[in-house]
Design a protein around this ligand. Structure first.
Ligand code: C2O
Ligand code: CU
Length: 472
């Protein structure tokens, strides 16, 4: 089993030069005459190994991977009639949307799973503009690894400050020798106890080598997503001088990427704005965690788009209505201690209300914990809080592994890291914590309902790194 990117790199070097397929434009979603958008989870096929190469069996929304790019104007409601044509129960979760709780799509917490052949109607009201995505919240570790995810774009009102937006959804697949999704290793406990399921093929929009055509001089908004089960990506945009304009959907004060490199954890998003130069040129986007591996490229060719003015340094997106006024004196403070995993110090944890030793936990596939509990939605709430109250969560990563902690239904601000104040104002739905790191977050709990907080390394989530809270 090759779990690094080296297999894909060899493969890419051998096969990449011969391929010249133009990038497919993301399919746009249109609602039917009754205003409902049909969306079906079903088996499909995709060429993940090489362009035009062997077809892998996948599970996809509308049979494709990624699923359709869904777009709605800010403040409006997307009505989705979802059908499950898989052999396994599933749901749809609208990641990062501060949604009405009953449509959050968490099996066992906000809805029953949608059985094979059944349907569920989701009303996705999107208060915030930005880049979001949708994916199952039932056996996520398997269903995402098989291809179930899609991008949801909530459009700002008014004229765009860029020529075009481009979606780059990065994914990390584990393929077997037949170039099929390696289903035999789904649920492999070694992965669960370590970093999670890492793959051997890196794709962008499920393309093994995406070539995005552009015009010289074009001003692009790049919507970058990490949809991998577990792999943290370090993406380098050499020669592009991209400016970050949003993180996890929420606008930030624009700034250049340090060393043109973006570190992005599973489920996080980053919107970049970039002016391509006036000359024809090819820009390679590399994953640099283990030395450069080219993931995709932007090919600027043809007649240039004339630019009279340079990209203004302060090209900011309009603010979203996220509640930002903390009342720290009245805040509810809730510790979140992460423990477990390989090479960690965890000796025991509560499982289904009983104290278990590490060996039993490993046997049960539940070797991670939050506050000493290998959690599931069957456990009691982590906390309950009255609507409108500020919640602060000091998070301690007492493990040897990075974890991407995701909060449902709210965006939070990172207040400090290792005791040091974070001055940048960034509103996130997922924060990456490094081994031994302490990260303090806060948010106004203004969205009533039952919400998950969990690690978005999906194997860690399934193995105990999950809890829920209730806003009443
Ligand atoms: Cu993207 Cu609870 O998940
Ligand atoms: Cu984790």
């Amino acid at each position: 089993m090759t779990t690094g990117l080296s297999l894909a790199r060899r493969h890419f070097l051998a096969g990449g030069a011969a391929v010249g397929a133009a990038a497919l434009l993301p399919r746009r979603a249109f609602a039917g005459p009754d205003g409902w958008r049909e969306l079906t989870a079903r088996p499909g096929k995709a060429s993940l190994w090489e362009e035009g190469g062997p077809l892998a069996d996948i599970w996809g929304y509308d049979g494709g991977v990624p699923g359709p790019v869904l777009r709605i104007p800010q403040g409006e409601t997307l009505k989705v009639r979802f059908r499950n044509h898989l052999e396994q129960p599933t749901t749809v979760h609208w990641h990062g949307i501060r949604i009405d709780n009953r449509y959050d799509g968490v099996a066992g917490l906000t809805q029953d799973p949608v059985e094979p052949g059944a349907e569920f109607e989701y009303l996705v009201r999107a208060p915030d503009a930005g880049t979001y995505w949708y994916h199952p919240h039932n056996r996520s570790w398997e269903q995402l690894a098989r291809g179930l995810y899609g991008v949801l774009i909530v459009e700002e009102p008014g004229a765009k400050a860029y020529d075009r937006d481009v979606v780059f959804a990065f994914d990390d697949w584990r393929l077997d020798d037949e170039r099929q999704i390696d289903t035999a290793s789904l649920g492999a406990m070694h992965d669960w106890a370590h970093a999670g399921r890492l793959g051997n093929v890196l794709t962008v929009n499920a393309r093994p080598y995406l070539r995005e055509s552009a015009r010289p001089g074009e001003r692009l908004r790049l919507r970058i997503l990490n949809t991998a089960n577990a792999r943290v990506l370090n993406l380098r945009f050499a020669g592009l001088a991209p400016r970050v304009i949003a993180l996890d959907g929420q606008p930030v004060a624009p700034r250049l990427l340090e060393e043109e490199t973006l570190r992005i954890a599973p489920s996080q998003r980053c919107d970049l704005i970039v002016d391509l130069p006036q000359e024809e040129q090819v820009f390679k986007i590399d994953e640099v965690s283990r030395g450069p591996f080219t993931a995709c490229e932007i090919v600027a060719a043809g007649p240039a788009i004339e630019r009279t003015a340079a990209l203004p340094a302060d090209i900011a997106l309009p603010a979203n209505p996220v509640p930002k006024a903390f009342d720290m004196r009245d805040a509810l403070s809730v510790d979140l201690l992460m423990e477990g995993g390989a090479m960690g110090g965890m000796r025991e944890a509560m499982l289904h209300g009983e104290r278990k030793g590490m060996r039993e936990l490993v046997e049960a596939g539940r070797m991670w914990s939050f506050n000493g509990i290998a959690g599931s939605h069957h456990d009691a709430a982590l906390f309950k809080v009255a609507r409108g109250r500020t919640v602060r969560i000091p998070i301690v990563n007492d493990t040897r592994w990075p974890h991407a902690i995701h909060v449902h239904g709210h965006h939070f601000r990172v207040l400090s890291r290792n005791g040091e104040e974070v001055t940048r104002e960034e509103w996130r739905d997922t924060v990456l914590t490094d081994p031994e790191e302490r990260v303090e977050i806060a948010f106004v709990a203004d969205n009533p309902g039952k919400w998950m907080v969990h690690c978005h390394m999906l194997e860690h989530q399934a193995a105990g790194m999950m809890a829920w809270f209730e806003v009443t």
